[in-house]
Ligand binder design. Structure first.
Ligand code: ADP
Length: 586
């Protein structure tokens, strides 16, 4: 692109957005889509069909009002209707539904909370901001707006052009790309305006390359279902990052075999975990026990005095009030069931930690919705309560915090195995006494010296992150999910090794979030825990948490053995260091 053209585009981008520009944008899109934005009900351009329905609506309203006045004058009962009145009523209902469907949706979207369970608000720490943004924006700008979906469906039918690779830019696309580059068309609105998520990603990507002057070659575009991430997993996509998935096992856990998928770019990790599984298998398998299952959310509320904050604390912690609060909380979902309320005070501020079961969902949305219900209910008895935030960090989500380490969050699991003396020697290439000593000095004493919080392990987060990425979990939750204390002890007269991992806050789900994406769902399927468990809701997610703990057990065994045997550096040099010339050529 020549310099003059680039600078004129930049100028256009920095100009304020005027009405004329908006019209220009609309023109571009109408042109680009060949006036394909048509109405779902009548096969006419949208403007004409809206006009028709408006006219019908107001005409029948006028007619019915006249008839009503006539009936009052002549004392005719209202329910006696003529054929023409009946036809007018039918037309009234039809045009009302059409207009409500078309114009009423942005109002519905702007309503803070919907009762519909399937439309639960995304309110985990980071996503809260995003959802608030989309609720605040008008329908046309919101990526996950219901009415966008209507347009999307219609346009999808009409648009036949689907770009196959980044080198194919049609005339229509070229115009839209230019409009995005100049700033006239916001990049975030492409999905809404085009109604074709893949094409939107393609156009955004080409526009981005032109604006930055940097190639995205190597970042794949093809092979992802862009519809499936809309409004749920990622905004403004331009492609996806590939992470290799390795498989290890079989893991023998509670008498069942599992092949465990791990998404990672760290050489050695899968091989090492596999060695741990081999040692566990040869020793008769591991046992995992679920100790607790409850997701938490803790809003912060403020009062005028510490005394009032304490009043609410006593009210919430009074056992006699629990049933009422639980019934208010539980209205939010078929699966969310309040288990516990725990309070902490800081001056006039009260932090209320709600814990609830969440079925097969990881549960942040569910618990947040229940908390919202309870706060609304409490406002009647505590009108001076000022809700500062639905999350007050006492939850605590995606941050290292003692509250999770001590109280647990999500699933709390302990997993153990007894590794036979000969297996320690033959498979792990070390001996029991060395492992026990290393664990004590590294994982317990060393971590104590470092002031660790939940980090009394060798590398739990390595395994947690890899399994989370493969199975569509929230990778940011690896922080508290990796809290783990690894214990090792010589048993059976000092011959065998008892090894255990205790993990108080494994936050996993098999429905919602990234679990529904095709590749992540395939990995869940491999583990036999894909989707919701219909017979016994929650069983799949709990099983997944046990698999995570079992895999961490294997990872701990293998890495500690490598360190005890002095193999760590050698194996990493072999498997984790590329021999290629990595000098950047660009
Ligand atoms: P999260 O609360 O983990 O953020 P989502 O709200 O995205 O999860 O997904 C949970 C959704 O799945 C809810 O709408 C819930 O009604 C639905 N659902 C269906 N079956 C189950 C199940 N067995 N357990 C939990 N949720 C389920």
């Amino acid at each position: 692109m020549d310099v003059r053209r680039r600078s004129s585009l930049k100028q256009a981008a920095t100009k304020g957005k005027t009405m004329a520009e908006d019209q220009y944008n609309d023109q571009i899109f109408n042109k680009a889509t060949d006036k394909k934005v048509v109405d779902t009900v009548v096969p006419l351009p949208m403007g004409i069909s809206n006009g028709v329905f408006f006219t019908v609506f107001f005409s029948v309203v006028y007619f019915l009002l006249i008839r009503w006045r006539e009936k009052i004058r002549t004392s005719t009962p209202l329910h006696v209707v003529t054929m023409s009145e009946m036809a007018a009523i039918v037309l009234f209902v039809a045009s009302f539904i059409y207009l409500l469907g078309f114009f009423g949706m942005s109002f519905v979207q702007a309503t803070p909370y919907s009762d519909d369970e399937e439309e639960e608000l995304e309110v985990d720490e980071t996503e809260m901001v995003r959802k608030e943004d989309t609720r605040a924006t008008p329908c046309g700008a919101a990526l996950d707006c219901e009415s966008d979906v209507v347009v999307k469906q219609v346009v999808k039918k009409e648009l036949v052009f689907v770009p196959t690779d980044t080198t194919t830019v049609t005339e229509e696309d070229e115009e839209i790309i230019k409009s995005v580059v100049s700033g006239k068309t916001p990049s975030y609105s492409l999905e809404t305006k085009l109604g074709d998520c893949k094409r939107a990603a393609f156009i955004r990507r080409v526009a981005l390359e032109r604006i930055t002057g940097k190639s995205l070659d190597g970042l794949p575009l093809e092979g992802l279902d862009y519809e499936s991430i809309l409004g749920q997993c990622c905004e403004m996509p331009v492609g996806y990052v590939q992470i290799p998935v390795g498989v290890c096992g079989p893991m023998l856990l509670n008498g069942k075999e599992f092949s465990v998928p791990m998404a990672t770019t760290e050489g050695c990790l899968v091989a090492s975990t596999n060695r741990g599984f081999k040692a566990i298998y040869a020793s008769g398998g591991a046992t995992a026990i679920l100790l607790k299952d409850g997701m938490t959310r803790a809003p912060v509320v403020r009062f005028g005095t510490a005394k009032r904050a304490a009043d609410l604390k006593f009210f919430l912690e009074e056992p006699l009030n629990f049933d009422t609060l639980a019934s208010v909380f539980n209205k939010s979902s078929r699966f969310g069931r309040l288990q516990k309320i725990q309070c902490a005070i800081a001056g006039k501020n009260l932090y209320i930690r709600f814990t609830c079961s969440t079925g097969d969902a990881m549960g942040m949305n569910m618990v947040s919705k229940g908390v919202q219900n309870v706060l609304e209910y409490l406002q009647a008895d505590f009108p001076d309560m000022d809700v500062i935030g639905i999350s007050g960090n006492y939850c605590s989500d995606k941050k290292p915090a003692a509250v999770n380490w001590i109280e647990g969050r999500g699933k709390s699991v302990v997993c153990e195995a007894i590794i036979k003396e000969d297996v320690v020697k033959k498979v792990l290439k070390t001996n029991v006494a060395s492992l026990v000593e290393l664990n004590m000095l590294k994982n317990l004493t060393g971590s104590a010296m470092a002031g660790a919080l939940g980090g009394f392990n060798a590398h739990a987060s390595n395994i947690v992150s890899a399994v989370y990425l493969a199975t569509g979990q929230d990778p940011a939750q690896n922080i508290e999910s990796s809290h783990c204390i690894t214990m090792m002890e010589a048993v059976n007269d000092g011959k065998d090794l008892h090894v255990s991992v205790t993990m108080p806050s494994i936050e996993v789900g098999t429905v919602g979030g990234g679990t529904q994406l095709a590749s992540q769902a395939a990995c869940l399927n491999l583990l036999g825990v894909k989707g919701a468990n219909r017979e016994s809701p929650g069983t799949n997610a709990r099983q997944l948490a046990k698999v995570v703990a079992g895999s961490v057990l294997a990872g701990e065994l293998s890495l500690l053995s490598a360190i005890a045997a002095g193999q760590l550096v050698n194996s990493h040099m072999k498997y984790n260091r590329s021999q290629k010339d990595l000098t950047t050529k660009a």
